[in-house]
Design a protein. Structure first.
Length: 650
């Protein structure tokens, strides 16, 4: 008799397993209390709704009544959605690294009733394949150890938990200590950061583009670091060494982006798949994640950015403007679930078939990443629809997931709100995205909410899962290769606030958050590239560009009435408006590490100043005008595009 308890879950991944003959529980103290009472180990199976190999293991293993009976009798079985519970996933991944370097999903972990991992792996087939044992063999070995060598089980579990705890304590110490500022203790030097470009050049796949062999990932944080390094070298003096560094970084970036855009990784509708299974970017792994596409928006060229924006708008966007997490790798064709077949069909045939389903979670952090990417690309390419999409997503997430300037919901679906706590990913990525949007639209209300989120994040107001806390295995956020780190995003948002407010404490906090990660990144850039980009910006002299013009220009959409912004669509017509538009474009093109660009109308400038953003004080008298400042010390206002260009070259 099944006692599966996933039928009312909010997570779409958990609901996919509600019909299994396995007595699945959701993660929580109750599952581990049951395991203690029955004196049995806990199986924790982690995946996500659009994961192909998770689907395979569900069909092969968790739909088997005999497996269901085995797990019901000898284990407490727990299902975890890694998107909903990144804290649980990070802890289990850290433990699994003691057993395998081939980490991924599905993740299969066996825990003591005290929630400490004593064995873990990933996908286990129904029958042995080469050196990979079957799931039945794994459970038999686990039960043998649990029944006959319990002392070894507890010794292994304790040693792994201790290693996780020590790593988390070291990370907390590096974030909480006095990291210094400038080139002092903590931040690596500009030379050390830019030397990473040489490491990446040596690691480039010169035949097919990108880095490494199969499988091939977009690795968007790495690409954004290359864009930062290229822009930084372009803007720094321009001598031979700098020009060479800029060329190397730009070449690596352009070749990677070109390979991705031309490859099977990019679908004709503009969306980008999660990775290619072969070195030459062919045979994609077909799920399409919001975070990959959002990350590419911040760095890719105009044509691909437009395609990605179209995919977000047409496929992942909900009616309220928020974006769902992903689209599945599999679809149902001729009554069978098959991976990739729908995507391989011509557009005319696709329209006649049921498309792959969506992972309909709205995740706060991932939406923040999309808001950021759309705002950056919209400003760079004068694309007003991208700004509109970013604003609509911000409005939706703020209405449903944020209360009084605090993130109160990490994940929601049409079925309800998840009980999973908000994480630094949610706070950091949303704060950073809102600030980028505010800089483009001039909406001070959006900036005020972002400042509140940053203050929350710096105060580390995050709930630690009680099960992980009791086990001593809460890891905090771990470095990632595919998604921009919430910790790094929080640091960058704090650095932007330092430039907008003149408050040194924000900059010091930014240094503290990224110093250790960036130092590690100079030796191991994969997983820390985002920290390198922020560290590079912190090492450069602060430059602030403020453009004040009554007309928003082609990329501007005005503020949101809901957040109290000024629409700013009025203002002078004719030459003045044209001049303001041109200055906005010139300023946007001057973006590089250490440079912040904010565009406002005169009334918006006053609103920002009134809200405590001192950079905008006394900026409303002239329209149009542009101010180029260094640490809030500004040159005389530029009144024409030619004047602004001259000021930027000075």
């Amino acid at each position: 008799m099944s006692d599966n308890r996933l039928g009312t879950a909010v997570s779409p991944y958990l609901r996919q397993h509600a019909g299994n003959p396995v007595d699945w529980r959701e993660w929580g103290p109750e599952a581990f209390a049951e395991a203690r009472e029955r004196d049995v180990p806990v199986l924790v199976s982690i995946g996500y709704a659009t994961c192909h190999w998770c689907h395979v293991m569900a069909r092969e293993t968790f739909s088997d009544p005999e497996i269901g009976a085995l797990l019901r009798q000898d284990f407490v079985a727990v299902k975890v959605d890694r998107e909903e519970r990144p804290d649980v996933d990070a802890s289990a991944m850290a433990a699994a690294s003691a057993f395998t370097q081939q980490l991924g999903w599905p993740l299969t972990a066996f825990l003591t009733p005290d929630a400490q991992v004593f064995f873990a792996g990933t996908y286990f087939p129904p029958t042995p394949v080469e050196q990979v044992p079957s799931f039945r063999q794994i459970t038999a070995a686990v039960l043998d150890a649990w029944r006959d060598r319990r002392h070894e089980v507890h010794a292994n579990a304790s040693a792994i938990a201790t290693a996780i705890r020590q790593g988390a304590e070291a990370d907390a110490t590096s974030r909480g200590g006095d990291a210094g500022v400038g080139a002092g203790p903590g931040l690596p030097s500009v030379a050390a950061i830019t030397a990473v470009v040489g490491q990446l050049a040596a690691a480039e796949d010169t035949t097919y583009g990108g880095f490494g062999g199969a499988p091939k990932f977009p690795s968007t944080p790495l690409l954004e670091f290359l864009a930062d390094a290229a822009a930084d070298a372009d803007g720094d003096a321009g001598d031979g060494d700098d020009a060479g560094a800029a060329g190397t970084a730009r070449g690596l970036l352009d070749r990677s982006l070109d390979a991705i855009a031309r490859s099977e990784l990019t679908d004709p509708d503009g969306g980008v798949f999660r990775y290619a299974t072969r070195r030459d970017w062919t045979v994609p792994h077909y799920e399409r994640m919001l975070y990959d596409n959002a990350g590419l928006l911040a760095v890719t060229g105009a044509a691909q950015a437009r395609g990605i924006a179209d995919f977000l708008r047409d496929t992942l966007r909900r009616p309220d403007g928020a974006f769902v997490a992903a689209q599945d790798s599999e679809s149902t064709i001729d009554g069978r679930r098959v991976e990739g077949e729908w995507y391989r069909r011509p557009a005319s045939e696709r329209a006649q078939l049921e498309p792959p389903p969506l992972d309909d979670q709205v995740l706060t952090g991932w939406n923040g990443l999309a808001i950021r990417g759309l705002a950056i690309a919209g400003a760079r390419y004068d694309d007003p629809e991208m700004i509109t999409l970013a604003q609509a997503a911000a409005d939706a997430v703020l209405a449903a997931h944020v209360r009084d300037g605090h993130v109160v919901v990490r994940s929601s679906t049409p079925r309800g709100v998840s009980s999973a706590p908000a994480t630094v990913e949610d706070v950091g990525l949303l704060a950073e995205g809102l600030l980028e949007l505010a800089l483009v639209t001039g909406d001070v209300g959006t900036a005020v909410v972002a400042r509140s989120l940053v203050d929350d994040g710096l105060a580390e107001r995050f709930d630690v899962d009680p099960v992980l806390a009791a086990a001593g295995t809460a890891t905090g956020e771990q470095p990632q290769t595919a998604v921009r780190s919430g910790t790094v995003a929080l640091a960058n948002a704090a650095a932007l606030l330092a430039q907008l407010t003149g408050e040194r404490s924000y900059r010091d906090a930014a240094v503290r958050l990224v110093a250790d990660r960036a130092t590690t990144g100079t030796e191991r850039p994969l997983g820390h590239a985002d920290a390198l980009g922020v560290a590079l910006a912190l090492q450069r002299p602060s430059r602030e560009i403020v453009v004040v013009a009554g007309s928003r220009g082609p990329a501007g959409t005005g503020g949101s009435a809901r957040t109290g912004g000024s629409a700013g669509t009025g203002g002078p017509a004719g030459a003045g408006a044209d001049s303001g538009t041109a200055m906005r474009s010139i300023a946007a093109a001057a973006r590089r590490p250490g440079t912040i660009v904010v565009t406002v109308t005169p009334s918006q400038a006053d609103a920002w100043a009134d809200a405590g953003f001192s950079l905008l004080e006394s900026r409303s008298a002239l329209d149009p005008a542009a101010y180029v400042c260094h640490d809030h010390v500004c040159a005389l206002p530029a009144r024409s595009p030619a004047d602004l260009t001259a000021h930027l070259r000075a």
